[in-house]
Design a protein around this ligand. Structure first.
Ligand code: SAM
Length: 383
């Protein structure tokens, strides 16, 4: 990170910013899954997963949340033969996933099928070891397929996406703070809910489940690719027909969809994602934070026009900077007298770190709460 990012982190954590930086290089100790309560029950899923030998528990507070302890860290060997992988693949192998061809950046030219190899990130971190399933030239030529079967990784978690329970749409991997966001929205049957930055649909799906499929949910996103991903997810979960999906630039919903008047709006905008973990490495500069912040406030402006009087706006990010969190909300509140920040009423996490309304926000800190870093604010329109 550049000096500006470090200053932004110091603004939140003071000298403890180093603890934060260290925590985000590791996964939390729990891998959380949300149970699709429209299709199954927590008890049934726990029985099925334990039946497969998976160590799984129910969260202490959120009834729909279950978690699997993540094992590690383990020591992994550096072999002569190496496969260098991109950031996404490195972070997956780090947690025990197998390596697939699209993640391969380069490899030792003498690798043959069956060789023991090390899997290394582009910045030189050894994330795992395994058996090559292809020669190096095949890894580079092919478009898809298994490149290395991982046999040891720094951390270990079950391959959720390969489980029948995942394919049947009974579970959805989601961080604990992300689950609290939809709980704060608290969608009720019959309400009109707008999810302004919805893809890939994690929180949208949770809101369908919380309202027992009886809220009118409009899910907007401007990315065609991510909307396709959201449609596939909602199909898998079995309730795509219960969500109205639109591709749009949500900063202009009040102009492009003037007929929508919402009871509740969720804004989960793009952010610097500093709270996402584990990170093998990250390249962010302070200008990314400033431009994210300028972008984020635009969603609030449109939301403020389409939310009904008495309605609610929930704003969340998976980042920790004041610039993208408290600053955005406090600036909006100061310029819009018809809106108040109200308490998120979440019993977990801690309160905000800046601004007049700091006691009403919720933050999750990776090094303190053992979760993804998150910010959640709740705003009410009063006139
Ligand atoms: N809420 C999602 C979930 O829980 O799965 C994650 C949302 S992600 C943090 C932010 C999303 O905002 C991305 O899918 C991105 O495509 C979308 N986005 C960015 N700019 C947008 C815009 N102007 N209008 C609508 N969506 C936008």
């Amino acid at each position: 990170y550049d000096e500006g990012v470090i200053s932004a982190l110091k603004r939140v954590y003071g000298d403890f910013y180093r603890d934060f930086l260290e925590a985000i290089t590791k996964p939390g100790s729990r891998l959380y899954l949300r149970v699709n309560t429209l299709k199954t029950s927590v008890g049934e899923i726990i029985d099925r997963l334990r039946g497969r030998g998976i160590d799984v528990y129910v969260d202490e507070e959120l009834g729909e949340a279950i978690y699997i302890p993540i094992q590690g860290p383990y020591k992994v060997e550096l072999h002569d033969k190496k496969v260098v992988v991109d950031k996404y693949a490195a972070e997956s192998v780090y947690l025990g996933s197998h390596l697939y061809v699209p993640g391969v950046v380069k490899c030792s030219s003498d690798i043959e099928k069956g060789d023991e190899v090390s899997i290394v990130s582009e910045n030189g971190v050894v994330v795992g070891e395994g058996i090559a399933m292809l020669s190096c030239s095949e890894m580079l030529e092919r478009k898809k397929g298994l490149a290395v079967k991982t046999i040891r990784s720094v951390y270990r978690a079950p391959p959720i996406r390969e489980l029948p329970e995942y394919r049947e749409g009974l579970i959805y991997p989601q961080s604990l703070p992300a689950m609290y966001v939809s709980r704060v929205v608290d969608p009720k049957p019959g309400e009109i809910i707008v999810d302004m930055c919805a893809a890939p649909g994690g929180k949208t799906g949770h809101m369908v489940e919380l309202s027992r499929g009886k809220a009118y949910i409009f899910a907007f996103d401007h990315s065609r690719k991510r909307i396709e991903e959201m449609k596939n997810t909602l199909d898998r979960l079995g309730y795509r027909q219960l969500v109205e999906i639109w591709r749009a630039d949500s900063r202009y919903l009040h102009i492009d969809f003037p007929w929508i008047k919402a009871d509740k709006i969720l804004i989960d905008p793009p952010c610097s994602a500093l709270g996402v973990r584990p990170k093998i490495y990250d390249r962010k500069s302070y200008s990314d934070i400033v431009s994210a912040s300028r972008y984020q406030i635009q969603f609030l402006k449109s939301a403020s026009i389409i939310v009904k009087i008495g309605g609610i706006i929930v704003y969340s990010t998976c980042t920790v900077t004041v610039e993208e969190n408290e600053d955005v909300i406090e600036r909006f509140i100061n310029e819009n007298r018809c809106f108040d920040v109200i308490d998120t009423n979440i019993s977990r996490g801690s309160r905000g770190v800046f601004g007049d309304n700091r006691e009403l926000y919720t933050r999750f800190h990776p090094h303190i709460h053992d979760t993804t870093g998150y910010f959640i604010a709740k705003i009410k329109r009063k006139c």
